[in-house]
Each structure stands twice: as structure tokens, then as C-alpha cells.
Design a protein around this ligand. Structure first.
Ligand code: GLP
Length: 329
């Protein structure tokens, strides 16, 4: 299948077009499958899509009671003396999803899952990493690193994280039959979820990641946490090898900050420096990749239409809500 880019006017238009694509895929899939498996993302990019999708469900366009969802990522190390407190911390992705999507649905989904980062006690994690340096290594050539825990580690805590948190999430997605459609946003340097720039593609299923120091500092500057001491230092995330197993991957991007990563991901060769460039490998293997950028994020792509076409990527500007079958290439 090829890669399709649908350039929309602005954030609202992007949200409307993307929600229409998701809705149609749900309706079509539920004709032949009992459940629809939807991959979700946090961040500001998908919030408009969630509103439109919830409206469509509540209007009876599809049955949200037949949806099972999996989120990309969750922090480890949110403030809170218990897992319950961390799950419901207002900065948790769990809280975000309830606020931005789940609570809007009149008929609740079959089940919603996020990586269980909140179950991990960051103090215990740090102690285990310190006392068992032979059990793990950091992988990545940039500031954010994957923490790879070896098979059968000495530390029972690290063993539980490897199998009980990371492995269990991957297993759960497989048991659900894989993700039908995964919604993703993109970070300023082309990262997706917390698959940060520089983390290799290979071995990036569900990962424990030590966050980039800048990510931690920015979280304080942006007012999410009172100090760096209170900020999460780690996260659990699907990596690109897991994300791009979905039948369809739908990427949203708006704002000038996204121009470069969006362009690099399609115009350059695939590289872990720009994690979403993995989409090219995905589409070569038959994956259905759709970018729905707002014009503000698509400047470079529009300027390089010819090069995109040479690479087999179709790009069009959506003037109004058109009927675009999600499975077509
Ligand atoms: C964070 C999240 C990513 C998200 C990115 C961009 O880094 N972990 O999953 O894509 O922010 O967020 P926004 O959509 O707000 O630009």
C-alpha cells in the first residue's frame, strides 16, 4: 500500500477529516468483526478528533460499546504515594484520556488500556537500576534512552517490569487481535509516544524509556509540575515496531513546530533520528499510512509534491469533508 497525505485547512478541519476517516473504518470493520481495536494517543493533536468521534458515537453512527482501546504511553514517576494516586494524577495520560475522550462517550468502551507505568514506584525502580547495573543497559544515541532489561534479570523488580508491565501490555494487544487503527501525533523532533529520537527501531516493541532531560525541564517550564524533583523521569511506551503493526496508522500534525519532522519523515530515508520515518518501512510492508496534517504543518510537503510523488506518496488538499475510504490506497 502507498502513503497518503491529506492536507487540511486548520486544526478544526484536520480533526473533522480525521474523525470521519476513523468513523468510517470503525463502521466498515464492525460489519465483519465483533470488536474494533482503537489505538489512542495523548497530546493536543488528537483532542478535536476525540470530540468529533464521541459526537458521532453518541449520535448512533457507530457503537462505542464495541470498542477496545490501547494507548501509546504513560509516565512512570508521577507524584503520589500509591499507584491509585499516580493513575489519577491530573497530569497522567489516564486522567487525560478520561477528560478528553472516555467521559464524552455515552456508551462506554469494552475496555480501555494504557501502559501500566503508574504501577511502577520510581524510587524502587531507581534503587533496582542502581543495585543491579548488570541487569540492564541504555540504548539510544540521543538524550532520551530505552532502558533494556535483560531476560531473567537478578532483580525481581526489574524482572517484573520486563515481563509484568512491558511484556504483558504487548501480549494484551496481541490477544485482542492487534490494533485496527492507531492514532498518533508527533513530537518536535519526530518522536512518537515516548519513542524518542535516537532510540533504534529494532527491539522497540513496548519499552521503558528514560526521558530526555529537556523533556523533564520543559514539563516544569510548561507548568505541568512544580519542580524537576516532582517530574516523571521515565515512561512506558509502545515503540515504532509495535505502533506500526496496526492495520492503519493515522498521523495528525498541526503548527509550524511540526513542519520539519513531518517533512523529514517522508522525504528522507527512514532513520531512528526521526522515529516516525519508520512509517516508510511500514508502508513498504503493506501498512496503510495516512497523514492528516493541517496546512500549518504541511508547508514543506506541499513544496515538495513532485519528490513525494516520485516516492509513490500521494498528496492532496482536502477542500471540504470528502468521502475518503480509509482502506483504499
Ligand atoms: C508528547 C507525547 C507524544 C506526542 C507529543 C506531541 O511527547 N508523548 O505522544 O505526540 O507530545 O504532542 P502535541 O500533540 O501536544 O503536539
Amino acid at each position: 500500500m502507498s502513503i497518503k497525505v491529506l492536507v487540511t485547512k486548520d486544526f478544526d478541519h484536520m480533526s473533522e477529516v480525521a474523525a470521519d476517516l476513523v468513523k468510517k473504518d470503525i463502521v466498515r470493520t464492525l460489519r465483519t468483526k465483533r470488536e474494533y481495536v482503537l489505538g489512542l494517543a495523548t497530546g493536543s493533536s488528537p483532542t478535536g478528533l476525540y470530540k468529533h468521534l464521541a459526537e458521532a458515537a453518541n449520535a448512533g453512527d457507530f457503537d462505542s460499546g464495541r470498542i477496545r482501546s490501547f494507548n501509546l504511553d504513560e509516565y512512570v514517576g508521577l507524584p503520589g504515594q500509591s499507584a491509585q494516586q499516580r493513575f489519577m494524577h491530573p497530569e497522567s495520560y489516564c486522567y487525560f484520556m478520561i477528560q478528553e475522550f472516555f467521559a464524552l462517550l455515552r456508551r462506554k468502551p469494552i475496555e480501555t488500556s494504557l501502559p501500566e507505568g503508574s504501577l511502577i514506584d520510581q524510587k524502587k525502580l531507581l534503587a533496582a537500576l542502581k543495585t543491579h547495573p548488570e541487569d540492564w543497559r541504555e540504548v539510544g544515541k540521543d538524550a532520551g534512552r530505552q532502558v533494556r532489561i535483560k531476560a531473567s534479570p537478578e532483580s525481581a523488580y526489574l524482572g517484573w517490569i520486563r515481563n509484568g508491565v512491558l511484556g504483558a501490555y504487548a501480549k494484551k494487544i496481541r490477544k485482542a487481535g492487534g490494533i485496527d487503527l492507531q492514532i498518533i501525533g508527533v513530537g518536535g523532533r519526530g518522536h512518537v509516544g515516548f519513542h524518542e529520537s535516537g532510540i533504534p527501531f529494532k527491539g522497540s516493541g513496548v519499552m521503558l524509556v528514560r526521558l530526555d532531560d529537556d523533556t523533564v525541564a520543559n514539563a516544569v517550564t510548561d507548568g505541568h509540575f512544580p519542580s524537576e524533583k516532582d517530574s516523571p523521569r521515565y515512561a512506558i511506551t509502545m515503540g515504532v515496531e509495535m505502533i506500526y503493526q496496526a492495520k492503519t496508522v493515522l498521523l495528525l500534525a498541526s503548527g509550524e513546530r511540526k513542519v520539519r519532522p513531518v517533512a523529514e519523515s517522508l522525504l528522507g530515508d527512514p532513520t531512528p533520528d526521526v522515529p516516525i520515518s519508520y512509517g516508510q518501512i511500514y508502508s513498504q510492508k503493506g501498512g496503510n499510512l495516512i497523514y492528516v496534517p493541517a496546512e500549518s504543518a504541511a508547508g514543506e510537503l506541499l513544496a515538495q509534491k513532485k519528490k513525494l510523488r516520485e516516492k509513490g506518496i500521494t498528496i492532496s488538499q482536502v477542500s471540504q469533508l470528502q468521502k475518503i475510504p480509509v482502506g483504499s490506497s
